[in-house]
Design a protein around this ligand. Structure first.
Ligand code: PSV
Ligand code: MN
Ligand code: MN
Length: 386
């Protein structure tokens, strides 16, 4: 791998979701994992461990109220002591009885205000944590045709979002995540990138779209959406994960590494990667049956590996092939980069930075997993599994 590519890899910073370290599961069962954090501080310590072994994950995203504490400045200092910054603040309007029929879209003004107030609280927290991004994902939607006024809900959403947007600090951004279904099954109020885009454009400069790779119908060309949003200057952040069927939240790059490569190629092509990029690269995953820390280590390594392969694409040769109608030549150039095994070069890159060449093996041999399994008894931190 060329020195230029290795230098570009220095810019990679992946944000870990605090909830990936907590227990999670399906609607059938949440299995406990020995060593699961009991507090947000323990989640941060685990995230710091992922960063320690990979050098790729300097930020942790919070989910409110799952990660609620009394003193966010102290939490920020706790994270900083471990080499981490606190990242995106994720709001939560999907686990409260009040939101059965919607939150920011609800017909009842008092319920909408309750949801807006929750976002005001998140913004207040962001001032203390030093976070820049407020991420909004809504469970709002309906299950049956006629259940709700689709158009009216869209109008109320716009009004609620504008109220939240007006409260953002100067350095803050709002990212609006879309998801095509679940928990609502007939219609979802922010189902696709177009709806998210329409809503954030109406808000202004500080609002953009969050693209969760698991939130599309099977067969969707996600890299096309990436290219379009970057072209429009509205790709704010990623929630990376992988899926076989629906919103599986599995390890990114596990189900379809080629798709991850194609996405990252468009990110690089569109100027979304590098020191000047404002795109936040977050994971949004759950580790239901595997250990969580190695699950996160594997995830960030997968992102790095596909980034390296995407950086290897000979873009001049590709442009020439594209412009001269060389269909198979162009395809071959992309595939050559995809099929390049970058693992030995990345191991050497890590060793050059004082890290273990094989972070999975180094973590497994470190004794950390055994230690937390012995120490952390009797708790399950708030989150999906709570
Ligand atoms: C919803 O499926 C989602 O992907 C949103 O990003 C949430 O923030 C996340 O899950 C965890 O709640
Ligand atoms: Mn998500
Ligand atoms: Mn999701």
């Amino acid at each position: 791998m060329s020195a230029a590519v290795l230098t570009q890899l220095e810019a990679q910073a992946i944000e870990l979701p605090s909830w990936a370290f907590g227990n999670s599961g399906t609607r059938f069962k949440v299995f406990g994992t020995p060593g699961t954090p009991r507090t947000i501080e323990e989640k941060i310590s685990d995230a710091a461990t992922v960063n320690e072994y990979t050098g790729l994950a300097p930020k942790v995203a919070l989910h409110i109220p799952w990660d609620k504490v009394n003193d966010y400045a102290a939490l920020r200092a706790f994270a900083a002591d471990r080499g981490l910054a606190l990242g995106t603040v994720n709001s939560n309007t999907f686990q409260d009885d009040a939101y059965k029929f919607g939150s920011l879209t609800h017909t009842d003004a008092a319920t909408r205000q309750k949801a807006i107030d929750h976002h005001f609280e998140c913004i207040e927290i962001m001032h203390q944590t030093g976070s820049t991004d407020l991420k909004i994902w809504l469970a709002d939607g309906t299950n049956y045709p006629g259940q709700g006024d689709i158009r009216g809900r869209q109008d109320r959403l716009a009004e609620s979002l504008a109220t939240i947007y007006a409260r953002l600090g100067d350095d803050h951004r709002l990212v609006l995540e879309y998801k095509f279904f679940e928990p609502a099954f007939y219609h979802t109020d922010v189902p696709d990138w177009g709806t998210s885009y329409a809503q954030v454009v109406a808000l202004g400069e500080k609002a953009s779209v969050c693209l969760d790779t698991g939130h599309h119908a099977p067969g969707t060309n996600i890299e096309f959406i990436v290219a379009q949003l970057l072209r429009l200057g509205k790709l704010g952040s990623f929630d990376f994960n992988s899926r076989f069927y629906a919103d599986d939240d599995l390890i990114v790059g596990a189900a379809d590494p080629f798709q991850l490569f194609r996405i990252l190629y468009e990110v690089i092509r569109g100027g979304g990667y590098g020191p000047d990029s404002t795109v936040a690269f977050m994971l949004d995953q759950c580790h239901n049956v595997e250990d969580k820390i190695p699950g996160q280590i594997r995830s960030v390594l997968n992102v790095q590996e596909m980034t390296a392969r995407a950086l290897l694409v000979d873009r001049d040769a590709l442009t020439l092939a594209q412009n001269t109608g060389d269909v198979l030549g162009a395809n071959g150039i992309l595939m050559d980069a995809f099929y390049t095994d970058v693992r030995p070069s990345l191991a050497a890159w890590r060793e050059g930075r004082g890290l273990a060449g094989d972070p999975m093996a180094a973590y497994a041999g470190s004794g950390y997993q055994e230690r937390i399994a012995a120490e952390r008894v009797g708790g399950s931190q708030a989150g999906w599994g709570a």
